[in-house]
Ligand binder design. Structure first.
Ligand SMILES: O=c1ccn([C@@H]2O[C@H](COP(=O)(O)OP(=O)(O)O[C@H]3O[C@H](CO)[C@@H](O)[C@H](O)[C@H]3O)[C@@H](O)[C@H]2O)c(=O)[nH]1
Length: 441
């Protein structure tokens, strides 16, 4: 008997750090014979419909009330609640019309309400989690007993908490919303809802952008509550494209360049930008620095050192990061430690200097420095600024660190193995698809 082709609705949050890995996951499902309908917020969706996707992929959108996450002026709380309000309504309408064809819904981080709507239509829903497995453990334990203890002790500078499957975590290693006042407060409520929605499932299964050997303790420790399935690394393979920065990188010696980027959302204060510039100039090495053109403030911050910076390095508004990281001239990544950037760096074997800003980035930094040992974390001064001399110190430590480099190469090889035929993530995805094929709607 020939089974009908499984149809998956993949619903993702409309930011770069979520769209990239979910498109990659879509590609993997399609390669396994699944048809994927890729759904994200209407304000972003027009960027996809201009080009036709590969066979097996179609697009849909939910309304986010015409806001754009890329033009946020700080109030992400409002963005998330409006997205939930409009999105719930428009997903209901979409499923009332087309829901019967879907075997399964895969919904991503920050969209727990999708699972609630899926339940109304009796469609099985699986979470695809875009932060390390460790973070899901932290949120689980926070909402299941640790909240009071953490809140009570968080202001004690010597405070550290030990949760199952995780190294001891100090204040700065915990998710940023546990440590108010933090200027970047994504509602903790959204993560609470994730845990609540998973509570409604028996033996909930979560697909995670990690791989088994990268976080064995965290995956094992979650066994009592969640079945965490490593399906990563989910990232585009480097593609060949002639562009200015790649040509520039090719003129530099092997492992000589510092790559600097703070992801697709966060921006640094003017004074902090100046310190980064100072640190790079003092380090005296070539650098490629991504400064997004979304506020104009950044350029102003750099105007005094612009000429000097351009003599030593290159500043771009955006680049193909995966391709840059796999270039042999790149020796180190000064990163905000968003999970995609962290994972892309690990997969490329590039050591890191970490400069976490919000959400999961402090914990990711902790894992990079103390568990995977592929980088060092910058320290702030008493006023919360990371000074140029600290940046220089850490860059030198990482650029010259033999042990860090060896560790980075080890993780690069293990990540490659995970997605190759027979590797852990390869097999986990195959098993997931097999289940869809056996249970078509
Ligand atoms: O010039 C650039 C800069 C970035 N990127 C890509 O943009 C993505 C950025 O993602 P990430 O590193 O995860 O950072 P954010 O955009 O800040 O991601 C948000 O979402 C992540 C996943 O949930 C969280 O881990 C982060 O903390 C959160 O800020 C990566 O794939 C990069 O390769 C480029 O392609 N070119």
């Amino acid at each position: 008997m020939i089974n009908a082709q499984p149809q998956v609705l993949l619903v993702t949050f409309a930011s770069q750090g979520h769209i990239n890995p979910s498109l990659q996951f879509a590609k993997t499902l399609i390669n396994n014979g699944v048809h994927v309908t890729f759904m994200t917020a209407s304000s972003t969706m027009h960027q996809f419909t201009k080009t036709s996707g590969p066979q097996g992929l179609s697009y849909a959108y939910f309304s986010d009330g015409n806001q754009s996450v890329f033009q946020l002026t700080g109030n992400i709380n409002h963005y998330l609640s409006e997205t939930k309000r409009h999105g719930t309504q428009s997903l209901r309408e979409f499923l009332a019309d087309q829901g019967s064809r879907f075997t399964s819904i895969v919904y991503c981080t920050l969209l727990p309400w999708v699972a609630t709507v899926a339940r109304e239509f009796n469609i099985p829903a699986t979470l695809l989690w875009f932060q390390p497995a460790s973070l899901l453990n932290i949120f689980y334990h926070y909402f299941k007993g640790y909240e009071e203890m953490i809140t009570k002790n968080i202001d004690d500078p010597t405070f550290s908490v030990k949760m199952p499957g995780l190294p001891p975590l100090s204040r700065r290693d915990l998710p940023s919303f546990f440590t108010p006042p933090n200027p970047h407060v994504v509602p903790l409520q959204t993560f609470k809802e994730h845990v609540q929605v998973l509570d409604q499932q028996t033996n909930p299964r979560v697909l995670v952008n990690t791989f088994d050997l990268l976080e064995p303790e965290a995956i094992k420790a979650a066994e009592n509550c969640y079945n965490l399935i490593g399906v990563g690394p989910l990232m585009p393979s480097a593609f060949s494209k002639e562009c200015r920065e790649m040509e520039w990188l090719s003129t530099k010696p092997e492992r000589s360049v510092i790559y600097v980027s703070f992801g697709s959302l966060s921006t640094l204060e003017k004074s902090q930008m100046e310190e980064v510039a100072k640190g790079l100039l003092e380090a005296g090495r070539p650098f490629l620095w991504v400064i997004r053109e979304n506020s104009g403030e950044e350029n102003e911050a750099l105007s005094t050192s612009q000429n000097e910076l351009e003599k030593q390095g290159m500043i771009v508004a955006w680049c193909s990061q995966v391709e840059v990281l796999s270039h042999p001239s790149v020796g180190c990544f000064l990163t905000h430690c968003g999970w995609n950037s962290t994972f892309e760096s690990l997969v490329s074997g590039v050591p890191m200097v970490t400069f976490p800003q919000w959400v999961d980035q402090g914990t990711n930094s902790k894992l990079v420095q103390d568990v995977w040992k592929t980088g060092v974390r910058l320290r702030e001064n008493g006023e919360g600024i990371v000074e140029g001399c600290e940046i220089k110190r850490c860059l030198e430590m990482v650029m010259g660190g033999e042990e860090i480099r060896e560790n980075a190469m080890k993780w690069k090889d293990l990540a490659k193995e995970a997605v190759q035929e027979g590797g852990s993530s390869y097999k986990n995805i195959e098993a997931f698809v097999q289940e869809l094929t056996n249970n078509p709607s």
